[in-house]
Write a protein that binds this ligand. Sequence first.
Ligand SMILES: [Zn+2]
Ligand SMILES: [Zn+2]
Length: 87
Amino acid sequence: MTAFAEAGRADVVRDGTGERLFRHRPGPDHRHYLIRTACGLSLPVDADPVETWAEKIARTSGFAHVRHTAELSGRCPDCDPERARAR
Ligand SMILES: [Zn+2]
Ligand SMILES: [Zn+2]
């Protein structure tokens, strides 16, 4: 675990402003997030299969500058009423 990745783990972005700053982030900083729909926070997640898939499509299609977006969303354990009750 690099210091950079650790920093990314703490990279909390609020969704309430109308602007999702974590989207379309170019360069090595590019990553995908698991968005918490209830509290509006996001968690960077491993997306190697997505990157591999996107690269393959770009390579086989002959397209240049192929971009992609992918995001996951759901309720984090802290916001899930079902789990909170079971605690
Ligand atoms: Zn939450
Ligand atoms: Zn990606």
